[in-house]
Design a protein around this ligand. Structure first.
Ligand SMILES: *Cc1c(COP(=O)(O)O)cnc(C)c1O
Length: 490
């Protein structure tokens, strides 16, 4: 027998251990949450800039320092967050931030984030997240009921609409090409149909799934929505040509203009041709809460899969997306993966483990903040906010109609509006494209407000998204006045 030399692992130094223990104290927690609470209050007061005036290089210079070898005091770090990080972030909670579709998040959901991180449950499998898994099933089933899906529907939380749509289309690929998981998609890939104004997540998924971009076909729009007549024509033409169609993707709340496709009409056509209908309701799904706006989603229950982002119009901090499927078998078979060290359910048992239905292995329990938001604000509260954002956007559209110096590109269907500055109307379209591009940049740099822009009908336009409960009609007037003031200098 040989002697085995037992090495004794040296303990971490008392310094690092005591630092970790001290940091677990509630006083330290308050130092961090205090930063966020101060941020909420200061933006409520409309104090400070909406966003930074610094260039990327300017900001990079602030952090140009060697990788730290020794730790520092919490006080030093907290004060650095206060001085170096907070002031130059985008202040989404500022009432005049009306830019991208990202929320000034609901505070209760924000506070829950630290609890979620502390618990660090991975919702891949029940054994790693007993309550997280069960809650995810609970919340998903509420959402399926809201969408009008029958018993046997299912879903999972995702990192967002991109992952939700990718997962849905992977499931659709499994149905269109049952042996694709084993053998690949072969030399005659099916076609994916989507709207002209679809999110790039859809077209990109087509490429990622191996169809090739040239097999992702855009159906032309009428009034910024997928034209059902064009869809029917495309399906019958593809049928005549002997081409298989993997799925049709309709959009409920398009990114550029917030337009809702006619889901009922599209569902009828998909039924007739036996095609998988996926609805990208990343933005507009939350209209389901609203008595006033639910009608825009008429027919959503006829989808085979739905993408719906709680981190959009449910005002959750990122990330929080969802995929819902009408029949759980579709999601169960999307990933035909076996991993015996993780998934070990026997046939016929209810599948609690969500990892079999997801792209991701280790996954945050984002369901906790979603559940907290629902408990705290209720669906009526969320509906009230949704209705308010839409009403405020409509009001902006009306204000624009009364002003000679602006022109709206469409009547808003939800909380997104595209418009442009036209000044004294003496300039042509080309010149106005340049003016509007420059206008947005200068206005955002002013720190007064923050808007986005996009291309619509080949023209450069300004774009706003209202999703901050603190934005008022006075802010809307200020934004238009502020933009006009910059516009007059161009
Ligand atoms: C935001 C959005 C997406 C992408 O979702 P992420 O959550 O950003 O991944 C897709 N489609 C639509 C219509 C969206 O509004």
């Amino acid at each position: 027998m040989t002697d085995i030399a037992h090495t004794i692992a040296p303990l971490p130094s008392p310094e690092i251990l005591s630092r970790i223990e001290a940091d677990a104290d509630a006083a330290v927690a308050r130092a961090f949450t205090g930063l966020a609470a101060d941020y909420f209050v200061q933006t409520r007061n409309r104090a400070g800039r909406v966003s930074t005036q610094h260039t990327p290089a300017g900001l990079a210079a602030r952090f140009d320092e060697p990788l730290p070898r020794d730790g520092q005091s919490i006080d030093t770090i907290v004060s650095r967050i206060r001085s170096d990080i907070l002031p130059d972030c985008n202040h989404l909670y500022h009432p005049r931030y009306v830019g991208h579709q990202i929320a000034g998040p609901l505070p209760a959901a924000v506070w829950m984030e630290s609890v979620t991180a502390a618990l660090n449950q991975s919702v891949a499998v029940f054994e790693m997240s007993p309550v997280g898994t069960v809650l995810e099933h609970r919340v998903i089933s509420w959402m399926c009921q809201l969408a009008g899906f029958p018993d046997g529907s299912a879903g999972t939380l995702t990192t967002g609409g991109t992952e939700a749509t990718f997962t849905a289309l992977l499931a659709a690929r499994g149905v269109a090409i049952p042996d694709a998981w084993m053998n690949g998609i072969g030399s005659d890939p099916p076609v994916l149909l989507c709207g002209e104004h679809t999110h790039y997540a859809v077209t990109r998924a087509g490429a990622e799934l191996g169809l090739g971009m040239r097999n992702v076909l855009a159906i032309r729009s009428r009034d910024l929505k997928m034209d059902p007549v064009a869809l029917r024509e495309a399906l019958s033409e593809l049928g005549r040509a002997g081409r298989r169609v993997m799925a049709v993707v309709a959009t409920a709340g398009s990114t550029a203009t917030g337009s809702f496709d006619d889901l009922d009409a599209i569902a009828s056509i998909c039924d007739q041709y036996g095609v998988w209908l996926h609805i990208d309701a990343a933005h507009g799904g939350s209209a389901l809460f609203s008595e006033v706006h639910r009608e825009k989603l008429r027919g959503i229950q006829r989808a085979r899969s739905i993408a719906w982002d709680p981190h959009k119009m449910m005002l959750l901090p990122s990330q929080a997306g969802m995929i819902l499927v009408r029949d759980h078998h579709d999601l169960d078979s999307a990933f035909s993966q076996r991993a015996p060290y993780l998934f070990n359910q026997s046939e016929g048992e209810r599948v609690w483990d969500q990892g079999t239905r997801s792209f991701i292995c280790s996954r945050r329990a984002d369901v906790f903040k979603l559940w907290v938001a629902l408990q705290r604000y209720g669906t009526d509260g969320l509906a009230e906010l949704y209705d308010y954002f839409c009403a405020l956007t409509h009001q902006m559209w009306e204000a624009i109609a009364e002003r000679p110096d602006f022109e709206a590109m469409h009547e808003p269907e939800c909380n997104i509006l595209c418009f442009r500055y036209v000044g004294d109307r003496a300039r042509g379209d080309e010149a106005l494209d340049m003016v509007n591009r420059e206008l947005r940049e200068r206005y955002n740099l002013s720190g007064e407000g923050w808007i986005t822009g996009t291309n619509l009908h080949g023209r450069r336009v300004l774009r706003v998204t209202m999703m901050n409960p603190r934005t008022t009609s006075a802010d809307v007037s200020d934004i238009l006045d502020g933009l006009a003031a910059v516009g007059r200098t161009l």
